[in-house]
Design a protein around this ligand. Structure first.
Ligand SMILES: Nc1ncnc2c1ncn2[C@@H]1O[C@H](COP(=O)(O)OP(=O)(O)O)[C@@H](O)[C@H]1O
Ligand SMILES: Cc1ncc(COP(=O)(O)OP(=O)(O)O)c(N)n1
Length: 268
């Protein structure tokens, strides 16, 4: 049984954060574990409250996993503060964890801040050098690289800049594209790879980034290459957005059952 640890925030609405990660792990047949960095009060209309955990609580959760259960891959999401980022980086180094997927969560779709501004430098300096893969969306890539990203050429330049910060693989996600296609760009330090799907017109995309990064971590834990893992993650999120749920009055969650359901239909 492959084991994956998510270090992220809790989303009471169940669409993003720890909840999205654990659902994704379950659907991709890996054993999910969690270290919670913050509790958020959230629904499809937005974020009503953010309650960070103490550094001690985050550290202890990581110690509890690392000293007993171990992990074949790690996924980080909302980390909130520089102190929590340092504690997470220390844990990853202490246990020598490989296959580290860093989703540099900064701002929720509704605009609420999930990472303090002063923590961006800590994320770049302490966590990115430990990351196998970093998965920013376009606004996050702009903050990390301090450059404006409009064209695919800009995206390629940003990917190179992120790679130079010590990450092995960079994925700049295309959900914020204003085109009718969503193209995720993968850079391995030498070549670019493109993962393109039709852009689905829906407001129910809450938690897409978390789900996508969690799927990459699950597949890495099972021994897939980063290219293969991104391909599965793209198919997983495409199914989850296409086979819509209608929950809540705002930006609803994606459907974590959809990928398994689509595989069963193919087998039938
Ligand atoms: N409307 C959409 N149609 C198809 N794919 C989408 C859509 N929105 C997001 N995605 C995909 O979901 C994943 C997460 O992308 P993105 O929305 O950019 O991240 P985030 O949730 O971090 O802002 C990517 O694989 C992206 O291509
Ligand atoms: C607790 C928590 N973590 C992360 C996010 C952001 O998730 P993301 O997948 O980027 O989805 P949107 O917020 O963009 O819908 C979150 N909202 N809450």
């Amino acid at each position: 049984m492959y084991k994956v640890l998510t270090i992220a925030g809790s989303d009471s609405g169940g669409g993003a954060g720890i909840q999205a990660d654990l659902k994704t792990f379950q659907e991709l047949d890996v054993f999910g574990m969690s270290a919670i960095t913050a509790v958020t009060a959230q629904n499809t209309l937005g974020v009503q409250g953010v309650y960070p955990m103490s550094v001690e609580a985050v550290t202890q959760q990581i110690q509890s996993i690392g000293t007993d259960m171990g992990a074949d891959a790690i996924k980080t999401g909302m980390l909130f503060s520089a102190e929590i980022i340092r504690a997470v980086a220390a844990g990853i180094e202490q246990f020598g964890w490989k296959h580290v997927v860093v989703d540099p969560v900064m701002i929720a779709k509704g605009g609420a801040s999930l990472l303090q501004q002063e923590a961006v430098e800590a994320l770049k300096e302490e966590l990115l050098p430990l990351a196998t893969v970093v998965t920013p969306n376009i606004p996050e890539a702009e903050v990390l690289t301090k450059m404006k990203i409009e064209t695919m050429a800009d995206r390629q330049r940003a990917a190179k800049r992120l790679h130079s910060m010590g990450v092995t693989y960079v994925v700049i996600k295309g959900g914020h594209d204003v085109l009718d296609e969503a193209t995720d760009l993968l850079y391995d330090g030498t070549s670019f790879f493109y993962y393109t799907s039709p852009k689905i017109a829906t407001k129910n995309t809450h938690g897409t980034g978390c789900t996508f990064a969690a799927a990459i971590a699950a597949q890495l834990a099972k021994g897939q290459s980063v290219q293969e893992a991104v391909q599965v993650a793209k198919a997983f999120i495409q199914a989850a957005i296409t086979d819509e749920l209608q929950i809540g009055a705002g930006h609803g969650p994606t459907n974590h059952w959809a990928y398994q359901k689509s595989l069963k239909q193919v087998l039938r």
